[in-house]
Design a protein around this ligand. Structure first.
Ligand SMILES: [Zn+2]
Length: 269
């Protein structure tokens, strides 16, 4: 999704929360219901699920058919595609985040952007390799975007261009991969970190072929996949899925998460 401006996550508006009867009831309910057990109402921090512990020994078998075989173990059983905190969560126009205002834990800052920790580590390695190959200096144009900031972006685009054209550019809040902290829009400092011209750069060409080694996929890989992903080619939008899944997709020559997991196409909401 092409939005150059990074929106800083806003603190919760407690005034609104506390004046909403429903929210107030939700806040008070645990205290009323079970004062001892629920006095500290901290749900355990969802730990990032490292793909390494989930997956079997994925032996690349290029000779096997590339279409998801129905006789095989469903791939959705090998990876967690539903939990918002999973590195392999599939978010698209038909699959909102749950909860819809999900906020990833443990974000770290890179430049002006915030990203989930595993993404930061992988990105820094990717950037070092791109630099070493003299393909340019990578920069993050946009990383984590909160539900609230996506709401503003979406509303602005829809107001400006109408629903159809606006939603081609801006995801509805709760439906953007950027809200997971696992997606980054990249460019190079040589391009002023603008995403528009990135697709024709050498860095982009190299990344499209090699980002999998760092656990990234070009999530919206071509216009031919728009009917499946719901988005036109976005060479700058990298989604971290972990090295294991990225390698698995690469070896099976499947470029979208929807196809890899046999999930419904998501051209529209
Ligand atoms: Zn993006």
């Amino acid at each position: 999704m092409r939005f150059p401006r990074e929106f800083k996550p806003k603190p919760t508006n407690w005034k609104v929360v506390l004046t909403s009867p429903i929210a107030l009831a939700a806040l008070l309910f645990p205290l009323i219901a079970s004062p001892v057990a629920q006095a500290v109402d901290e749900s355990p921090a969802p730990s990032p699920s490292p793909s390494a512990s989930v997956s079997p020994t994925a032996e690349p078998s290029p000779s096997v058919s590339t279409i998801p075989p129905t006789t095989d173990v469903p791939r959705t059983s090998l990876y967690n595609t539903d939990s918002a905190s999973s590195l392999q969560v599939v978010v698209n126009k038909r699959r909102p985040l749950n909860p819809i205002d999900y906020v990833p834990k443990g974000k770290v800052q890179i430049g002006y952007a915030w990203v989930a920790k595993p993404v930061a580590d992988a990105y820094l390695q990717l950037r070092a390799e791109v630099s070493a190959r003299k393909l340019g200096t990578l920069c993050i144009n946009s990383g984590y975007r909160s539900f609230a900031s996506q709401k503003i972006i979406h509303a602005a685009k829809v107001a400006q261009l109408g629903t159809t054209a606006g939603e081609r550019l801006a995801a509805r809040p709760g439906h953007s991969e950027h809200q997971t902290g696992l997606a980054i829009d990249v460019s190079t400092t040589q391009l002023g970190c603008r995403i528009g011209p990135f697709g024709s750069s050498r860095a982009s060409k190299w990344i499209s072929q090699n980002a999998w080694q760092y656990g990234f996929i070009v999530r919206y890989p071509s216009n031919a996949k728009t009917p499946i992903t719901g988005y036109v080619w976005e060479p700058w939008h990298l989604r971290f899925v972990g090295v294991e899944l990225a390698t698995d997709m690469r070896s099976k020559k499947i470029t979208t998460l929807e196809e890899f997991f046999g999930l419904p196409a998501a051209p529209k909401y």
